[in-house]
Design a protein around this ligand. Structure first.
Ligand code: ZN
Length: 105
C-alpha cells in the first residue's frame, strides 16, 4: 500500500536525520537527501532534472549542495508523503506515479 501520511513527516524526518553531525549553517549533499527522504541516487537526479528539488545553492567540484535552510523551506512548502512500502518520501506527483507504477494491477 502507498500510505499517505501528512502529519508524521517532521517526526519521521527527525528519526531519519538523527545521528548526523551538526555543523552550522549546515550544507546538505545528495547523500544527505538520500538518508533524509529515502531517495535513490536516480530519484535525486530525476527530482533535480524535473525541478522538483530547488536548484543547488552551490557546487563542490561537480557535487551539488544545498543549505539546510533551503531544503527545510522547500520541504515546508511541499506536500510530502511517506511510502511505507518503499521507506521513502515522495511529492504528490510522485505518489500518483508510485500508485500507478508499483500498485497497478
Ligand atoms: Zn506503495
Amino acid at each position: 500500500m502507498a500510505a499517505a501520511l501528512g502529519a508524521p513527516v517532521a517526526r519521521l524526518r527527525r528519526q531519519l536525520v538523527e545521528g548526523h553531525s551538526e555543523l552550522t549553517p549546515r550544507r546538505l549533499i545528495p547523500s544527505d537527501l538520500r538518508s533524509r527522504y529515502g531517495w535513490t541516487p536516480s530519484a535525486i537526479s530525476q527530482y533535480r532534472r524535473k525541478g522538483t528539488l530547488p536548484a543547488a545553492d552551490g557546487l563542490e567540484g561537480s557535487r551539488a549542495w544545498w543549505w539546510e535552510a533551503t531544503v527545510n523551506n522547500w520541504e515546508n512548502t511541499r506536500e510530502l508523503h511517506w511510502l511505507e512500502c518503499a521507506h521513502a518520501f515522495v511529492a504528490a506527483a510522485g505518489l500518483k506515479e508510485h500508485r500507478t507504477r508499483v500498485h497497478a494491477r
